[in-house]
Design a binder for this molecule. Sequence first.
Ligand SMILES: C[S@@+](CC[C@H](N)C(=O)[O-])C[C@H]1O[C@@H](n2cnc3c(N)ncnc32)[C@H](O)[C@@H]1O
Length: 269
Amino acid sequence: MAVSEKELLTEFEGQLERLDIKLFEKIASQTTDRDKRSLLACQLAVRILRPTYTYLEIGSYLGGSLQPYLLDAQCSHIYSIDKRPPSQPDERGMNYEYENNSTQRMLDNLKQISEAGLSKINCIDDDASNISESQIQHRPQICFIDGEHTDEACFNDFLFCLKVVDKDGIIVFHDAPIIYNGLERVTSYLKAQRADFRAYILPDSVFVVELNDFRMHEVPHIKEMLVNNYVAYIASLQANDHFRNFANKPIFQFLRNVKLKFTRSNVSN
Ligand SMILES: C[S@@+](CC[C@H](N)C(=O)[O-])C[C@H]1O[C@@H](n2cnc3c(N)ncnc32)[C@H](O)[C@@H]1O
């Protein structure tokens, strides 16, 4: 017997309540398991705070991070913005290539999740800085930034999101340990604007900016992640551990020790 839309919704709601990462299993997503739990925690919190909401995402690739929104009846509209360049720069120091990166491929994937859900997606194949505000007719309550992983692009994507997001809403960033300087620009900008905001990290690398009266940190399952912030702290440091391992190669240790012999800059007195 075919599963009805109602049964699908009940199953979805149970999975979301449990932050069950199986909600991401049909399409590969470029996120860790703990990222997936944090993204589900944000979605659950948005549903608790808003009876209906709009989701906007920059950087969708195969559609992995869109899956749980497609199934959510409370999510009335989805914007998927993806420039889909053959190769993209990255703060990790090399270009990243996404093969067969097309909107049609993503839509074919998403069709397996929910044909009905497809009707609420609006895809825009461009860089956010070329998109006019009028193209976003429904203000999102949650924006997710996961496009080009450079500090510059992260900041520009943020400025776009800030223009279109609901006054009380959240802007969520993926891969915080890569674009941390962009995030520093984001928070400095908000401080300079005297904006009413809170910002924090969820495991492993999900950075959240809450605006005005959107008090997601008070929702219990988010609060629990925040109290145990050691998880995201350690994950962020470990994500960049290879840089320390490189800097500690014997040749660099030797050169530092030679320098210290002359400068004695690590001697306290
Ligand atoms: C890391 S992938 C997104 C992964 C997806 N969110 C997921 O979890 O499965 C990055 C995506 O950003 C897109 N992209 C690259 N540069 C972009 C830009 N300037 N604006 C928007 N999207 C961009 C790429 O085409 C790629 O699909």
